[in-house]
Design a protein around this ligand. Sequence first.
Ligand code: NAP
Length: 253
Amino acid sequence: MTQPLLAGRTAIVTGAASPRGIGLAIARLFAEQGARVAILDLDPAAVELAAGGLAGEGHLGRVCDVTDRQRCREVVDELAARWGRIDVLVNNAGISQPLRLLEIEPGDYDAVLDVSLRGTLFMSQAVVPHMRSRGCGSIVNISSVSAQRGGGIFGGPHYAAAKAGVLGLTKAMARELAPEGIRVNAICPGFIATDITRGRLPPERLATILATIPLGRVGEPREVAGCALFLASDLSAYCTGIELDVNGGLHIH
Ligand code: NAP
């Protein structure tokens, strides 16, 4: 019998307690593939519930606001001490706001940029020393098709900018960390059925978007999780600094 793809590995997934979210779908698939998984999110009850529902044993739920650098370090150091290794980090936490350019207030800008971009930086800074000590690791950053095509689906221009920032950070980190055996890649999901999008678009707007997706449907969180599994596992051992599109053909470039 072949080994599960993440047998013996450990993984941290941020923003992973949302019941219909991409992060939880990633955590579930990683657990099914043999990883011990830590679910990080904002709500104490939700992280416990999400971690408790994963297949297998050794999973943990921790409250961690990824914009709080000290908290990111505390949580990652505790997990590393407990597990003895951190193999995979998925920077998934993100928020979106459907604002137009002139509607964006300073607080909106800070909120959206901070979770996606600062959060990705702070969590990566927290895990890299642990990955470096073992000479291996995989960091997967969740960007968006909005970064590649200038928004146009749901998030505002500040969301597109935040996710474009994630792509830049991914590539710079990939270049810097490759000599130490740490791979860093990004996933660019298109229109995925989660709470960020569900019920928040008028039917006519939804129909217009669907008409632009060659596969003719929205994506499912588990379809993004499959890409994350590829990037987290040795299947992608020669990939670093890539943008992996999962968008039904919405953006072909
Ligand atoms: P989701 O269901 O809203 O999940 C995001 C999770 O992140 C929520 O549980 C949220 O908690 C949590 N979170 C927010 N701020 C946080 C913080 N400061 N620290 C830690 N966790 C925080 O959204 P999703 O659709 O699964 O999105 C997951 C990722 O995919 C995001 O980065 C998003 O931008 C990206 N993405 C989504 C789509 C899509 O179509 N759905 C497309 C492209 C990219 P609360 O609910 O308490 O705020």
